[in-house]
Design a protein. Structure first.
Length: 208
């Protein structure tokens, strides 16, 4: 009887450990999948921003687009439309203030913070989806500040299943006589707490 009891306890312990390992593996796989979904969403937002920058004129019509860029395009002639408040997702940092940015900590003064930083460090993203244009609410097309949700200006289809649609900010970066655009995109996974931020630099080719 004692031997049977010992074997029973041993088998129970092995079963418990195996179950915990299986649950841990499932959790790791789920987290990795969520991370990949968020990364792909951020990649989609980067491509969406590049398409936005390539809009040739204010009359461009993209099926499904929530808003139009109006007089903000073509972008190379309308950089003056960019602002410190990131109106319509277009940010124009003050170069003198940028030189004072302390990248090791947050900025109490929002003017000394990078637009793409987290909001608690002075960033200008705006709460996801809140106050932003959507197919159900186009009233904020001319007034919203902060990031641009996917497809607002291009008609790109929304990503299914994510906590929030990916979004992007566009900043002007001067390099000699050239004006580059730094695009910062953030994507979300199935859970709002899973977030990936990516950046790319884009130079709009001259119009033919």
């Amino acid at each position: 009887m004692l031997v049977v009891l010992v074997f029973t306890l041993a088998l129970t312990g092995i079963a418990i450990v195996s179950a915990r390992l299986a649950l841990l593996g499932e959790s790791v796989a789920r987290n990795q999948l969520d991370l990949q979904v968020a990364r792909q969403a951020a990649e989609a937002a980067l491509r969406d921003a590049e398409k936005d920058l390539m809009i040739a004129d204010e009359s461009a019509n993209f099926p499904g687009a929530v808003c139009k860029r109006q007089g903000e395009r073509p972008v190379m002639a309308q950089v003056v439309q960019f602002s410190e408040e990131c109106l319509h997702g277009q940010c124009l940092p003050d170069l003198e203030q940028r030189r004072q940015v302390d990248y090791t900590k947050g900025a109490e003064n929002i003017k000394l913070a990078e637009a793409w930083w987290p909001e608690d460090r002075g960033g200008r993203w705006g709460e996801p989806a809140k106050g932003k244009p959507s197919p159900d609410d186009k009233t904020t097309c001319t007034t919203f500040t902060g990031a641009v949700p996917l497809g607002v200006y291009t008609g790109a289809k929304p990503i299914q299943g994510v906590a929030f649609q990916p979004e992007y900010l566009i900043e002007t970066i001067l390099r000699g006589e050239d004006t580059y655009f730094r695009v910062t995109a953030r994507g979300f996974g199935y859970r709002a707490g899973t977030e990936v931020v990516l950046q790319s630099y884009f130079l709009v080719p001259p119009l033919q």
